[in-house]
Design a protein around this ligand. Sequence first.
Ligand SMILES: NC(=O)c1ccc[n+]([C@@H]2O[C@H](COP(=O)([O-])OP(=O)(O)OC[C@H]3O[C@@H](n4cnc5c(N)ncnc54)[C@H](O)[C@@H]3O)[C@@H](O)[C@H]2O)c1
Length: 339
Amino acid sequence: MEAKTTVGVIGLGLGQAHLAGYLRHDRVEVVGLADLDAGLVERTASEHDVPHAVTDYRDLLALEPDLVSVCLPNFLHAPVTIDVLDAGAHVLCEKPMALNAAQARDMVAAARRHGRYLMIALNNRFRTETQILKKLVEQDVLGDIYYAKTGWLRRSGIPGPGTWFTRKSQAGGGPLIDLGVHMIDLARWLMGNPRPASVTGATFNRLSDSVEGVFDVEDLAAAFIRFEGGITLVAETSWASHVPSEGSYVKLMGTRGGAEITGNDLTVYTDLHGEQVDITPAYAPREWSDCIAAEIAHFVDCIRTGRTPMSTGEQGVEIMQILDGIYASAAENRMVHIA
Ligand SMILES: NC(=O)c1ccc[n+]([C@@H]2O[C@H](COP(=O)([O-])OP(=O)(O)OC[C@H]3O[C@@H](n4cnc5c(N)ncnc54)[C@H](O)[C@@H]3O)[C@@H](O)[C@H]2O)c1
């Protein structure tokens, strides 16, 4: 019988969802878990019959797993991912890939050095409606896409106030790197991952006065992103803003049609026999946990078959270049070219 893929998970906040995804996969054996919180890692391991629970992730690497999920605070993505790759395992690293593009490049270099896969966990690509829209774009239903808009705005949703999330040194930024990364990646992926050319950004910190502890990141960001060939994306994101309620969207405009995903609802706008038509594909949206499980099943499949993962480290570097550019543009009040 073919051997199972052995897996470890580092970080058991969001890592619980990764663990659940691996446990659902019949070709996977979870061999160990790592978290600084000894009680949490031991409880989680015993609940799911995982043989090893460790507080130092290097003890997990000593088990020589085939694949490791890195689900740590953002500042640890690069160093821990590189350690895992150096130990010879493939990595599924949570978003954002790193604090910046320089770290992201080092991660890609380590993956290449060791001939291992590095996939960035951008789970919105695994939603039913985003996968349907991707297929329609690839079948040229929208024609040439030249303009897109995306956003994820929260009315009141600063994550873990007082934790690493609100510290620039540990998170890399605020809602742009936390939520915006999902939506900018999603819009770019739907358009075929065009290369970024320049960005103009603005960041604000106007509604975080009452937050306790360090808050040295933005609470709202907006950006104007140009890609090679002139495709343009406008993006906005907030953890706190005076909007009706939390919501995310992506809108694509092409020469033959347009499309809009708001929440889980997909609508396509086009012409049929000279008439304007709105098409609403019939589908059941995936639960969030099912998107993570689908992402994990995809990565395990890539490792087992040698297929290239659909969210690569190289794509992740370009997303980090966009985010770096937006932050630099906002700080320096100028347009930033992306080399
Ligand atoms: N894809 C998504 O939808 C999604 C959702 C939430 C979070 N995330 C990402 O997942 C990552 C983790 O976020 P979170 O919400 O789970 O954070 P968290 O702070 O809730 O959990 C992080 C866990 O890592 C552990 N940890 C910290 N340092 C460690 C170390 N050196 N060794 C071992 N364990 C360590 C902590 O004890 C904690 O249990 C972040 O990068 C975040 O952006 C992604």
